[in-house]
Design a protein around this ligand. Sequence first.
Ligand SMILES: Cc1ncc(COP(=O)(O)O)c(C=O)c1O
Length: 178
Amino acid sequence: MLIILDEAYFEFLADPVDLLPMIREERMPNLVIMRTFSKIYGLAGLRIGYGVGCKEMIQLLEKPRQPFNINAMAQAGALAALDDLDHLNATRKTNADGLKYLEQGLNSLGLEYVPSYANFILARVGDGPGVFKSMQQNGVIVRPMQGYGLPEWIRISIGTQEENEKSIQALKSSLAPN
Ligand SMILES: Cc1ncc(COP(=O)(O)O)c(C=O)c1O
């Protein structure tokens, strides 16, 4: 059985569990960890990520891999991003501060939410699709969650402080009775 762990938001955690030793020490030959440059590194447009697994597993994955599946620009960007610890730390801090701000905002509006460590937060707003539309009219795009079986919830992305303030303001007006 193959176990694939998607660690797309790994870098946002202050103290993540490090599973790489399990692979290095060959304790879990069936484990593959996947990471991406699309999230904390902000390089989604480059379409680059990586997987970590034991040698035999990677050799197997190499067989169906398309040649030239990652271009040279993306590789250069990804390598530079790995070295740019200042940017990584600054983004992690902006996100953690933003999460705190949004949680406080949701608390003050009396809304339930799921505590998050990623760059988004799930909030129960009642009429998810209605709040989505109304926030969009105020220039803020959130994700309505009815497609995931959660019609009362929306997903709000964390942004800069200014963007987070705009989100809470738009949410507040979309909840206010007309
Ligand atoms: C949980 C999760 N895994 C993976 C991805 C995909 O990242 P990529 O842009 O590398 O395909 C996303 C992005 O939306 C995600 O939310």
